[in-house]
Write a protein that binds this ligand. Structure first.
Ligand code: ARE
Ligand code: CA
Length: 458
């Protein structure tokens, strides 16, 4: 049986997008495991059309199901899984199974193919291409059949109603599971009929965790709710709301939840402030999100995501860019080079959230209490008697005595530096500088030591 959701108390997912396998392996051991991240989501590992490193999106055009990608070979892939598992981190793979290529003729593995013809794998009759049709913008609202059967941006659409195609897709995913992969992000799941996806799922071995990319759009024919019976679903409204609030007044977040028009219930949602598509949207578009370029504002939205109970959060970490098409740092015809967090080419944003990954894990299962806001851009709340956070999204420093709900002791600020000393009544005098956060949890940093008198800190 396929597992519904990660067990409670597991750490958040981190998406190390466009990282090569060697670098993910190292990061699992050095950072992700020690921080408490529960799983790492890696880029599509299949062989794909090659654009020689000039763009990032070639890997969303599968050429064949072999582990010959620009991120490394099968050995490197297997080593990565072993290294991550050794560090207590699960591995999720980005599975592109709705389509094959729309262009190109050679792959990173040196294989030759053409659109609709992938020797040894698929031929023309495995696609819904007679006659072929391409999804129009209006189809999303008007015609669910076309969304699932026509081509997404001209990518050869697999006939997922066919038994042969389902077997090839399941066979590929099962090979990955056999190598140790723990879960799949299903790319373009919205474009695969739920019945087809359920049939593919029924052929899966092991119990991979599935999270599906079904982008919510108001009034659209295909909705996330049609997929929640199959796996967890990506909550795209979450990121849109985070942008709205953190570029406005965050006091409103007091009531944040499904009633805000979120598209996936909390127990089925994978939440994220941004992903590789939304970070590249023009800021003026209503589906644009915050991204690393928003600096502290982006950071605070991620702190909120990891502190507030809604869904399974996923921290996004990619490479820096100014050209939206540009690929990650690469060499030798497009093979991605090792990540260097110090050279400015990678955001390594997940490292800034390492302490909050531990916070998220520590407060699992508790509810929000001790809400405070200043009627503007400063909020604070506790998570049971396990954790407490204050977020100052305003432009001035705030010092006050907060009710933290925590046992007396001194705790490290896992969202920044310094510490917080909680007195016997559960209160603490804390300074939260402008555009920063203070987060403390039981088990985080200095061992809680009983103190008689609260003292000002941070
Ligand atoms: C590239 C070129 C195209 C060319 C194509 C085929 O850019 O010009 O036609 O190749 O030759 C990524 C890139 C694409 C790229 C593709 C393949 O973003 O530009 O095309 O790789 O290389 C819809 C889908 C959703 C999808 C988004 C992008 O529903 O599933 O569009 N997201 C995933 C990935 C993408 C990836 C693909 C799917 C394809 O995350 O990175 O594409 O594997 C409304 C709707 C949404 C819709 C959105 C479109 O909001 O509600 O459902 O999303 O509009 O903007
Ligand atoms: Ca399809």
């Amino acid at each position: 049986a396929v597992q519904a959701a990660p067990p409670a108390g597991t750490g958040p997912i981190v998406k190390l997008w466009s990282w090569n396998w060697n670098s993910v392996a190292r990061e699992c051991v050095d950072v992700l495991g020690p921080a408490g991240y529960g799983a790492v989501q890696v880029s599509p590992p299949h062989d794909s059309m090659s654009k020689g490193g000039s763009v990032w999106w070639d890997v969303y055009q599968p050429a064949r199901y072999t582990l010959t990608s620009k991120f490394g070979d099968e050995n490197a892939f297997k080593n990565m899984i072993d290294a991550c598992h050794g560090a207590g981190v699960k591995v999720h793979v980005d599975a592109v199974v709705n389509h094959m290529t729309g262009q190109g003729s050679t792959s990173y593995g040196g294989y030759s193919f053409s659109k609709y013809n992938y020797p040894g794998l698929y031929s023309s009759w495995d696609f819904r291409n007679s006659p072929s049709c391409v999804i129009d913008d209006e189809d999303y609202k008007k015609n669910g059949w076309r969304v699932q059967n026509c081509e997404l941006v001209s990518l050869a659409d697999l006939d997922t109603g066919s038994g042969y195609v389902r077997d090839r897709i399941a066979g590929w995913l099962n090979r990955l599971t056999a190598l140790g992969v723990d879960g799949f992000r299903i790319d373009a799941a919205k474009h695969i009929h739920p019945d087809d996806l359920a049939a593919i799922k029924a052929k899966l071995t092991g119990s991979p965790y599935l999270h599906l990319e079904v982008i919510y759009g108001e009034g659209e024919a295909v909705q996330p709710s049609q997929y929640t019976g199959i796996g967890d679903v990506h909550e795209f409204v979450f990121g849109r709301k985070m942008k709205e609030q953190f570029t406005g007044q965050i006091k409103w977040l007091r009531t944040f939840g499904e009633s805000w028009g979120l598209s996936v219930p909390a127990d089925r949602a994978v939440t994220f402030v941004d992903n590789h598509d939304t970070e590249r949207k023009d800021a003026s578009k209503n589906d644009a999100t915050l991204n690393y370029k928003y600096g502290d504002t982006y950071k605070l939205a991620n702190v909120f995501m990891l502190a507030w109970p809604y869904g399974t959060p996923r921290v996004y970490s990619g490479f820096t860019w100014s050209d939206k098409e540009a690929g990650p740092p690469s060499a030798n015809g497009g093979f991605v080079t090792d990540t260097d967090c110090g050279n400015g080419r990678w955001t390594c944003f997940h490292r800034q959230m390492a302490g909050m990954a531990g916070f998220h894990k520590a407060v699992a299962g508790t509810s929000v209490a001790d809400w405070y806001d200043n009627d503007d851009n400063v909020i604070a709340f506790s998570r049971g008697n396990k954790g407490w956070v204050a977020i100052n999204n305003g432009s001035g420093s705030v010092t006050r005595t907060f009710t933290t709900g925590l046992p007396a002791g001194t705790y490290a600020n896992v969202a920044g530096s310094g510490s917080v000393t909680v007195g016997s009544g559960g209160t603490a005098s804390v300074t939260v500088p402008a555009k920063s956060a203070v987060a403390v949890h039981v088990g985080g940093g200095p061992t809680p030591t009983p103190t008689a008198t609260p003292s000002p800190t941070v």
